[in-house]
Design a protein around this ligand. Sequence first.
Ligand SMILES: *[C@@H]1O[C@H](CO)[C@@H](O)[C@H](O)[C@H]1NC(C)=O
Ligand SMILES: *[C@@H]1O[C@H](CO)[C@@H](O)[C@H](O)[C@H]1NC(C)=O
Ligand SMILES: *[C@@H]1O[C@H](CO)[C@@H](O)[C@H](O)[C@H]1NC(C)=O
Ligand SMILES: *[C@@H]1O[C@H](CO)[C@@H](O)[C@H](O)[C@H]1NC(C)=O
Length: 224
Amino acid sequence: MKPDLAAAASLLLALAATAGAVTFNATDAASGTGGGQRFEQAVGLAYASQVLSNASTFIWSAFNQTSAADRKAVDAVTLVVEDVGGAVAFTSDDVITLSAPYVGNFSGDVKAEVTGVLFHETTHVWQWDGQGTADGGLIEGIADFVRLKAGYAPGHWVQPGQGDRWDQGYDVTARFLDYCDSLKPGFVALLNAKTKDGYSDDFFVQILGKSVQQLWQEYKAKYA
Ligand SMILES: *[C@@H]1O[C@H](CO)[C@@H](O)[C@H](O)[C@H]1NC(C)=O
Ligand SMILES: *[C@@H]1O[C@H](CO)[C@@H](O)[C@H](O)[C@H]1NC(C)=O
Ligand SMILES: *[C@@H]1O[C@H](CO)[C@@H](O)[C@H](O)[C@H]1NC(C)=O
Ligand SMILES: *[C@@H]1O[C@H](CO)[C@@H](O)[C@H](O)[C@H]1NC(C)=O
């Protein structure tokens, strides 16, 4: 039988890994660009699909979702490296798109950066969003909290205690959530679980007995 060239090419371009019943797949749709080529050389499709798998396991643990019934019903997580600008990466349902020009222009350890970005984006695949009602800054903050706990916080992030608002998002909110989690280990897991059907700032009161504004003031005072 003749080798199937199309299948061989797609094997080169896409490698998949599985954990539990979930399939992880990474594809380079920008292999003709400098960014796509740098991705393949410095990161690689096999490594990237392994990161999707490892990140998912890490997130289930961080969210205290020991059984599949606790998790979102997702059976595949897919990364596509694409020739798109405007954002580092974005996630829609279970598809993560990574910007090839971002990878191409990144200055520094691009493999560590992509790994951190994938932990953040994979969190978006699995986290609850209050049926679309959760505070956007909180959603981004939880994704960066996971990236922080996985050990992929980049050096340019704000330090603990910095920022103007608890729901400023990203690293600011991640540092604040880390503080809340230190008050009650598993806080972020409980907050995520409560956010399954809706969202209210009162969840902070329900879990920690204090309003989010009071917690933010105490957090700021601790690092003042
Ligand atoms: C991974 O994705 C590529 C591109 O969509 C596809 O051709 C390939 O069959 C997928 N592999 C698996 C194992 O799902
Ligand atoms: C995934 O996790 C395994 C087990 O902890 C580890 O050996 C491997 O290096 C990790 N792979 C990546 C790409 O992070
Ligand atoms: C760097 O960014 C610019 C603007 O987005 C893009 O046109 C160019 O292709 C990128 N370079 C690489 C090597 O990806
Ligand atoms: C994790 O969830 C289990 C129930 O599924 C619960 O008994 C346990 O207390 C939770 N752990 C934390 C740290 O919240």
